[in-house]
Design a protein around this ligand. Sequence first.
Ligand code: ADP
Ligand code: MG
Length: 387
Amino acid sequence: MKLHEYQAKEVLSKFGVPTLPGFVCTTADECEKAATDLGGLVVVKAQVHAGGRGKAGGVKLAKDPAEARAKGAAILGMTLISPQTGPEGVLVRKVFVTSACDIEREHYVAITLDRAKGLPVVMACKEGGVEIEEIAAHNPSAILREYFRPDEGLFAFQARKIAFALGLTGPLMGETVKFLQALCKAFVARDCSLLEINPLVVTKQGKVIALDAKVAVDENAEYRHKDLAAYRDDSETDPVEARAKAMDLAYIPLDGSIGCLVNGAGLAMATMDICKFHGAAPANFLDVGGGASREKVTEAFKIILADPKVKAILVNIFGGIMKCDVLAEGVVAAARDVGLNVPLVVRLEGTNVERGRQILAESGIRLVVAKDMTDAAQKVVAAAGGK
Ligand code: ADP
Ligand code: MG
């Protein structure tokens, strides 16, 4: 789950990471009021789940409340297009009006998980600001890496090493060490998958501040962070994926033509493989889970049917915990609700399989019954128009 900048800063400041004050606004009126309350120069920043806002015109300086109102009016409602949004861009619904600061230097710091090492890693680069992707591609040795154990956090000597590499010595050293250790603490405590500060700035007054913040929280750990639920903003998420998520279905849209409804991630992978092996690509990965209810199966089936790429559907169920009759009822209910407009191939095996087959047979729905996975894949590929 991605957080907006203003949300990320709320989270980080609780761990002692220094940020600048600000207000999230949805109207030009609110921008003017926020600028009045903050006093002095402010920056109006688009709040979208993508970086590169500065270059895309989504970050603007305003010298007084009237200008903050005008800049707010211009940014709110704009379609922001940056390398991270894709060509269609994203609609800006909220802005963050925050105090401006006098920047002396901009650096880059991020924490993510190194899966190969099985540890969180702090990455730091002296050149901060907006061109970090360039540096990563052309001069990777300019990026320093420090690994740390989640239970130990970042040691002071490691934080000092990073501070040195960034040139933050003398009176800035102590501040930077505290900053980095707080960041690592937040990363672990909030189960982040990404925490990026770009730029970390040194102000002309000699303060170290997180001027931008990008945070993603591991969705598998969301249950441990109920207080973050209010931060969820699905307005930029694909509506079908959001629907699947609400039903707790593991759903990933793909480019092929075979709609797959399967229980269990392993079986789902095998189903996609065998379809591909027999000549047609899957339109999605969809795992309804081990003990899916009839409602879940119905919703899953509707999601597949709503996809115009789908030329045929393969239901491949192994009834272990899940019962085949429950699955059959879900399929029948969904097909009746939305109308089945493409061929359907079903392969059922396991608990209550006879009862499941009977429900399908008596439903009057037109479907092809397959006897095993190979048979099912061949039949569904043929039904979708062949190779
Ligand atoms: P993005 O990474 O999406 O482009 P940033 O928040 O990093 O957005 O802002 C881009 C640039 O705008 C920063 O590198 C910085 O130079 C400037 N900037 C952002 N916020 C402020 C601020 N509060 N005061 C002064 N300059 C700012
Ligand atoms: Mg940035």
